[in-house]
Design a protein. Sequence first.
Lengths: 560, 622
Amino acid sequence: MIRRDQGSGVALPHDALDLPDHLEIGGIRDWADYGIWGLLLYDEQPPWFTLIECMHILFYREGAHKENLFEPVTHDARGKLKHEAVTYRVPLNLGLRHLLFRDLETPRVATHGTPNAQAQWQIFAERTERIASDLGLSFNHLQTVFEDVKSLNDALDLLRSTEVEAYSGRRWTSRHILPLGPDMLFADVREGKSEGKYNADRRFVRRSGEMLYLMLGRACSDLRKDVETLLRQRLLAQNTPWNQLAKLIRGGETTAGSHSEQTVELSTGYLPIPHLPVYNRLAQDWKALLSLNGKPIEDLLDPLMRLSTLHQTIYILNRSQTTRTGGPPDEFPPFVFELAGSARNNAVQRISLGQYGSHMRLPRQGIDAFIDTFSQSDHWTAAIGTSMERGRASQTLKDMFRWENDGGETSGRRAPPSHMLEQFRASALKGSRRSIWATFSNQTKGAGMAIAKRRAGTWYAPNDAVLEALVLANVKDPVELGVFLDDLYERYRIVVGQQQAQRAFGSDAAMSLEQLKINEQRLEHRLRILGFVDRKSDACAFVVNPYYERGDEARVEAAA
Amino acid sequence: MHQNPLIDFLRSYGPNAASDALYDEHVQEEARKHGVEEIKISAPLVDEIGILLTSDSPTNVVLTGTAGDGKTYHIRQVALKHLGTRPEEWPGEDLVLKYSIANGRELRVIRDLSELPESVKAEEIDHITRCLLGADEQTVYLVAANDGQLLEMWRSASQQQDSPNATQNRVYQLLSNMLREEWEEDERGILKARIYNLSRRLHPSIVDETIDHLLEHPRWDEGCQGCNHFDGEKGCPIRRNRSLLRGATTNGDGRVFRNRVRDVIALAAANDQHVPLRQILTLVVNIVLGDSEDQDNPLLTCAKAHERVLGSEYSKTNPYDNAVGGNLADDTRRRFTIFSTLESYGIGLETTNQFDELLLRRQPASLAEALERVDPVYGEALFEKVRPEYVRGARERLDLKSFGRAMTSQRRRLFFQLPESTETGVDSHWLLTVFHNGGSYLAFQKAVEDGDSDNLVTTITRRIIKGFNRAQTGMMTDDTETLWLAGTVGQSDDPTGRVFTIEEIRRTRATGMFHIDVVHNEKRNRPHIQVVSRFPSPYEEELKPLDVRPLLFEYLLRVADGSLPSSFSRQCHQEVKHFTTMLRQQIARILYDEVPSLERVQMLSLDSEGKIRRDQMRVTVQ
């Protein structure tokens, strides 16, 4: 079933929330995707930037002393569920990011300058004067903080060592470091033509992190509260030394008084479905990871990033499948993880390749089904079969899907409605960039779950960081390897060994069980090299999480 | 021609043995067939179990262990010695044997839990579950299964699709916990059972005694009486190999070969590669009877031994090659933990100039002669055919492949026969393997356990610290007195890091807040490096120790010596990383409630003497 959004009139699945009031969709075309998956999972946003965007909101809410980190979905006066409306500000942090990502003078002065600290600062001041004034700030405070320019340079090196997506060659205003405190955040912006103008063009950071934030916020309230507590305890309320350092370098900027000009204001997008099991599993993984006191928070961000992306890809598949079949969630074709990372003589690789292919088709099938449902709905049938049908059909597509035919011989208002609908369908299924399947493809590869090789294609071959993340989030006390594999299947629909393959595909499916056995052994081998396996005998091995301590949960509960 | 029935019987212990499940029966039958007494296995647990079961308050007993550790053997012996079963009644038809024991209780004995047919399995598992949880005290069980099967049975019992079973899940959790932690009794007394893991109970003395029983079997002399080759010039290769292994040809403690076999098994065990007793017997039989002519038929018979003597074909019966499974087909070798382990040691594939000098130029002469006296058959006698061509430089006539093979065999002989390096001044024989420091490891392990050689422990601990610091920081430091737990900010591909946020850890207790204790860990049976704080608070948790396995030891010592062994460095580096990360967090919690202040952040660098120094970030924090 399809219904129309109360405010904007766009097409929505029957179980979706209305769009939040603040959401401006005037500029949006081709709505079909957004109705199914929301606004927006963006193909050019790397997984690290998704996590960082989510942290932008969390740090903002902590800094603004909001009572809750997450804004729960609430009922309006008529008892209808209402979409969250969350507005947040992200600092531009220009001084620090200039020194980290654009400045060439500091290392020069530090290495070639005179050994006299005072003279060094003199040169530094001369060389940075112009840029400082362009940025509308001053670097003078650095002299009082750092003994000499070399110390400043060392500090910058240290912070730079936490850059994510380093070597990507992005513009200096789209480079980011680990979000280990409020002074380590940078709004992702475009530098305007005129000096001192920066606007959030959402070129690399476009709402995927807001979606992550909304998903976490829609987990059941116990989990949400635990995640809130842990986030505060482990990160948001911690004054990490790295943030202390960033703050010292930033210095004058925050005290300059012109704070409001130095931030960018944003508001979150649209997540259609109020409750889904995948939101809970996402929150469970955040809880499990943040509970690991054996690892410092800066080491936990990597697994958080990977599993958040894994859940977002599961979300994409879930929504596709539900839209296609109308069935319950979590019935999409499973992932098959191939553990050798090689396509040679590898039956498991071929199965995995097939699963990847079917996943890439699934969103298109979802859109196709969505349009089919629409074509049988009153919205469409009422528009056709009248004397004005061409005009009304065209208007309906424009109103509900923000789609307009851009001309051509057999198109436009002259085409019959059925033809028009097929043109719309073709255009919705066509896209390569900016499509949800492009997002799926980039996310799975970006998070290290899938690899693409020439001639062999793309398939699921997780890297070591993904394996580590899965162990850290799913193992507390040691578990038998077989139990761990079952958990992966139940929680993520990931197939590794024989037994999960039989559960996923049925025991009659034509598969090489021998090869799956080898695949399982490869997983064990890789986990052993990573230090996560304790083999007791040739018949019995445990997966261990060396960072789990018995007291971890007790600490969360005590703090909550 | 003369035949000793013992030889045919021993062949049944060889690497072509029957299937796992029926092994005990198979051996008994072979013994009967050949009219030879079976090899006596030392099994001190038999009486312990017998007493437990026949006491006034009997306890359930679960026997577990790897295939070949003697689960069935133990059960048979308990039945024969303590439960009144007569040998001819064993094993009988019933899969569940029933006995009446004290106070009207019933003892149910199941030799192999996994052998139970599906039809009775569920019911029996149910019953065992009740007994294990103390709900039925009128029945006592003695059951055997390997650890994986044991867990699998309760796991699947608890996961029945139609009715998930909480009780059985409870037993699964308890069993899994006990097996993992290697507890024989449940500390909290919930699980009413004694769990004996025969793999962990395999004490070196049991191994030694059992090898003795095999090598000193009465039929050796009796059965060979009257054979032409009993005391020939070179003699029967079987008797020759046996006597080399017994070490009887030299005066005094000449059991070098046997001690080396014992050492490699000990090193494997310390690396968590457990070799079951049956495979140790297989190894001994293969050393004595191995023959490399036909991989499908890799063991000598008396007839074939006769041929070897006549043709003087001793290169085919080389016991040092046999010891590493050189007479076996690749897939046979890999099927046996013992041979695949020995293969992974690469014995004879590594070498030093000294060893090659000893083989090719017989220098030092006194040592070469001593080795000849120990073994006049497999040394010079075999090697003299190839060596001259190499030494004289007639390279064009040299068949490199067979020369290489001959060298490898000779190096293996050195590994198994070279006297301790302390006696000869020659390199340690462990340099002929991938575990260059294998000997040091065993000495270290023993010294830590016995606590009687502080000097050795200190010297080696210093080398470990040096290797650790180098692996950790990526700097070529010579610091042996302080353990530096440094890192990066966040996960990074760079395995080394120089950001330091905690306190130094001293090698000795003299100064500083934290120091190292090298302790013997009973459970793992190997040294642990334990960091302790000088003034521990009563609430302080136990700090995570560094579990020093031979592989990690090898890695750290090689790094300390300036090389990086690539084949296993990644795994070892991960271990170092986990240890460091976890310990830094624990220490951070002791020092300042987890997150350090900026003043605590220091960067490590090397001073001019190769010592590590730390520098604060030079900032003024207002």
